[in-house]
Design a protein around this ligand. Sequence first.
Ligand SMILES: [Zn+2]
Length: 175
Amino acid sequence: MNSKIYIFLIFIFTLMSSCRGQENNSITKTNQTMPANNPHYSKTDTAKVQTTDEEWRKILSSEVYEIARNKATERPFTSPFETSDEVGTYHCKACGNPLFKSNAKFESGCGWPSFFEPISKASLIYKPDNSHGMRRTEVQCGRCEAHLGHVFEDGPPPTGLRYCINGVILDFDKQ
Ligand SMILES: [Zn+2]
């Protein structure tokens, strides 16, 4: 009888420690690949992401979802990226696509992170936006078509463009 209880206790202990091991693994993985529940997130894959609105709702935080899929705008002067001068690369928070380099960033004072050029032509998609009684050009992620912000023609040289981007939809990789 006693030995049976002893074996049972060993069994429970083994089970508990193997569970703990799995938890540790998943924490490490989350840190490396961010967000663990998003199968479309990749900083190197250039294939277009096509999925349903329902899946986006499941895999994005509500804050990111509202901007990426519902074209919401974050409140001005709320993004820590707006005034950040750290060296690195800004990626799409929904799919990981590289969008802007920090050396194309400038302080426009408009309240949102601003850039004068994208990493490449294919990084972005441009769409006419006549909402709110304005004629603007909407900027979307070239890979997953997430709404990022707008581009205006009052930026600094060499392009004269100002990409006004929601900080919530950006993921920063420090160099
Ligand atoms: Zn994207």
